[in-house]
Design a protein around this ligand. Structure first.
Ligand code: GDP
Ligand code: MG
Length: 431
């Protein structure tokens, strides 16, 4: 969305309130971005309708442009839809039984192992139950994982009834105390009635405290149906999104979450046992919109008082403005990070602008050694003045030359952005 975002920014201009037309134009792009991220069509449509309602008439405030305001609204709504904060499954002191369900290959067995490792690390006494009798190798797979983690495994036997499994589990727990029992179940490639019946029967016996649907993030559009059907048949309490390390954009997460309303507890981030992280809605929201951490930039721009950064006209951008901007940018955090946040920014900036903290300080020192007249009209800075400024700031004349050249380049860049129909001098140079 990098370029698209720029388009939106350019198109919606700088009104003080968002108009219906602006919102409509922006929402077309947002809907496209959602579909590209594999969000289910219906979910994307509802989402856009919801944000549009909030956006029209919204004030464009502070240092944000109209486009940034829209994007921020979208981002906030995405985070909200994805669950707001990172959530954790309920964990009582005792008697926790977690049921892992999902399609074949979603990552149930792997996630069961990861959860066992994670909660063992938190001091829990975990028991894994291998209840996938569909494929013989499935129970062995869990057994291998259990050995790696260092927790026991109880294997369901061929032909065992759900009642039989319940009895054997009760027996086991009498001799070996466990406060968290994680049950790995069978999956099929497609949703399958017979399988759902089996799952429901085992669930009725084991009475899990959490029923976790494991969803492959690469599932895309299909995630909606999968999540809906499992929720109808076995009443999910939460979700785990696996394979978030792949190139899936996270649309499946939005779909699954929207249709079930259940929290997404974890994200699987590798095949390894430690590849499990809390699910962070804000990160995934950014990923769905495909704009890196642009929103992080917008937030930080909001925090820093950027009023001072507003420049009159690009042509009037003088050294005083540059100094003000540098100081503002410094307040916002490491410059390198900041620049990386802006799509295309690293390419757009003149050479020499991607400077480190030390360099910013040196530029600050050089400009500080100039008279106000020199800052406003750098053209008057001749050889003698350059020498004086260099000496005064502890730099060489070459350093001063480089600074003046950089300033010229920035001015050109800003003029160019304005010609391209951008937002004039508002915001970051060239942003
Ligand atoms: P199940 O059929 O639902 O039990 O799925 P498995 O746990 O057997 O996983 C299927 C495949 O997906 C295996 O090759 C796993 O290693 C892989 N897998 C599971 N979770 C992740 C993940 O978060 N990231 C990656 N890259 N691979 C995963
Ligand atoms: Mg499995």
């Amino acid at each position: 969305l990098g370029n698209k975002l720029q388009d939106i920014l350019d198109r919606v201009g700088r009104e003080s309130k968002l108009t219906g037309e602006q919102v409509k134009a922006a929402m077309r792009e947002i809907r496209m971005a959602l579909l590209e991220a594999d969000v289910n069509y219906g979910v994307a449509k509802d989402f856009v309708a919801r944000v549009s309602e909030k956006a029209v008439g919204q004030e464009v405030t502070g240092s944000l442009t109209a486009g940034q305001t829209v994007v921020k609204l979208v981002h906030d709504e995405l985070i909200e839809t994805l669950g707001g904060q990172a959530a954790q499954p309920t964990l009582k002191t005792d008697g926790n039984v977690w049921f892992m369900v999902g399609l074949q290959g979603a990552g149930k067995t792997t996630s069961a192992g990861k959860l066992a490792a994670f909660y063992k690390g938190k001091g829990r006494r975990v028991l894994l139950v291998a209840a996938d009798t569909q494929r013989p190798a499935a129970r062995d797979q869990l057994e291998v994982l259990s050995k790696q983690v260092g927790v026991p495994v109880l294997k369901v036997q061929d032909g065992e009834t759900p009642q039989g499994t319940r009895r054997r589990l009760d027996e086991y727990l009498k001799t070996d105390y466990r406060d968290l029992v994680i049950v790995d179940t069978a999956g099929r490639l497609q949703i399958d009635e017979a399988l759902m019946d089996q799952l429901a029967a085992l669930q009725a016996e084991l009475v899990p405290t959490e029923t976790l649907l494991v969803v492959d993030a690469m599932t895309g559009q299909e995630a909606l149906n999968v999540a809906r059907t499992f929720d109808e048949r076995v009443h999910l309490s939460g979700l785990i999104m696996t394979k978030m390390d792949g190139d899936a954009r996270g649309g499946a997460a939005l779909s699954a979450r929207s249709v079930t309303g259940k929290p997404i507890y974890f994200a699987g981030t590798s095949e390894k046992l430690n590849g499990l992280e809390p699910f962070y809605p804000d990160r995934v929201a950014g990923r769905i919109l495909g704009m890196g951490d642009v929103l992080g930039l917008i937030e930080r721009a909001q925090q820093a008082d950027l009023k001072a950064m507003e420049v009159k006209k690009p042509g009037d951008f003088d050294l005083e403005d540059l100094l003000t901007q540098l100081r503002q940018i410094r307040k916002m955090g490491p410059l390198g990070d900041l620049l990386k946040l802006i799509p295309g920014m690293s390419r757009a900036l003149p050479e020499g602008f991607n400077v480190d903290e030390g360099q910013i300080q040196r530029i600050d020192a050089m400009i500080s050694s100039m008279t106000v007249k020199e800052r406003h009209n750098p053209k008057i800075i001749d050889g003698r003045r350059r020498k004086r400024i260099a000496a005064g700031s502890g730099h060489t004349v070459q350093d001063i030359n480089r600074l003046l050249k950089m300033h010229e380049q920035m001015k050109d860049m800003m003029k160019m952005f304005q010609r391209l129909g951008g937002q004039g001098g508002k915001g970051l140079p060239g942003g």
